[in-house]
Design a protein around this ligand. Structure first.
Ligand code: SF4
Ligand code: SF4
Ligand code: SF4
Length: 278
């Protein structure tokens, strides 16, 4: 049972009397959270987005990622969410589509299936990369239908949105949802989120559709779109990718093991030659 510094300090602050009590209490909380499903979800509605980038800034702050106020047009090793801008109008009369992007936290998550190191795990509604286990093979990036996980060259590992796993289990909303001034990011239970999506769809009308509810086993982050998903840069029919992708596994093996396998092979060969081919 692992107790983090943060959880220990929190428990100490609550004045829990015995060490045994702390361990048992935290263990039960963590276990209950990890087993919960449908308790945590978000609805992203590009039609309500003001493009203020508060969500991206809040995400960088809460994750202590560098470049807090730098706009990044795409996700990256230190950018777990951003807002993509696309002009649907003309230069003279622009009509900006603003789409916040991050991990969808898929129920059927390709990233988990293809991870060469078993570093990606599900905790309730959250799909997380364990930074201590990740070997940076990039399999998850290629398998993800949205290309979400990105490489952090400094640490040599993959990173992505972790659904504010340092806040949500403690009853706090994700930082990006909390700060959004227009409710373009709405946080609640899956039931609340789907109810709001249906209500908003009826109000918006036209080609409005819910994206995420019926794909990849049902994602925890869903969208209310007003047009085809491709207009927003999402695949119309995202597909689950499994570990049976030989090319991707080969890439992973080369990236993860090639550099160690080759020297050992050379050392063995050299030793054999020195030993007279015995
Ligand atoms: S969106 Fe991509 S990275 Fe996120 S859970 Fe789904 S497959 Fe994994
Ligand atoms: S849920 Fe947390 S980690 Fe994910 S995009 Fe929002 S602020 Fe960033
Ligand atoms: S905080 Fe809300 S309104 Fe502002 S850019 Fe993000 S999603 Fe859009």
């Amino acid at each position: 049972m692992k107790i983090t510094r943060k959880s220990f300090l929190k428990a100490a602050g609550l004045g829990l009397a015995s060490t045994t009590g702390v361990v048992t209490g935290l263990g039960e909380l963590t276990k209950a959270f990890a087993e919960s499903k449908g308790k945590h979800a978000c609805l992203v509605e590009p039609g309500l987005c003001a493009g203020c980038l508060s969500c991206a800034i809040a995400c960088k702050k809460t994750n202590e990622n560098p470049g807090t106020y730098d706009y990044s047009p795409d996700l990256g090793g230190d950018t777990f969410t951003t807002v993509k801008f696309k002009n649907l109008g003309t230069e003279d009369e622009p009509n900006w589509l603003k789409t916040k992007v991050q991990c969808f936290h898929c129920a059927e998550a390709s990233c988990i299936d293809v991870c060469a190191a078993g570093a990606i795990k599900r905790e309730g509604d959250i799909v997380k990369i364990d930074k201590d286990i990740c070997i940076g093979c990039k399999n998850c990036h290629y398998a993800c239908p949205f290309g979400v996980p990105r490489f952090d060259p400094e640490l040599g590992i993959m990173k992505k949105c972790h659904f504010c796993s340092h806040r949500v289990p403690e009853g706090l909303p994700p930082a990006c949802a909390e700060i959004c001034p227009t409710d373009a990011v709405f946080y609640g239970t899956k039931e609340e989120v789907l109810r709001r999506a249906e209500e908003r769809m009826a109000i918006v009308g036209g080609k409005a559709r819910i994206y995420g509810k019926d794909i990849l086993g049902g994602t925890a982050w869903i969208y209310l779109l007003e047009d085809e998903p491709e207009v927003y840069g999402f695949p119309n029919e995202p597909k689950f990718s499994s570990a049976s992708m030989p090319a991707k596994w080969l890439t992973a093996l080369i990236a993860a093991g090639g550099l160690t396998i080759v020297p050992y092979w050379l050392i063995a060969k050299e030793a054999k030659e020195k030993g007279g081919g015995k």
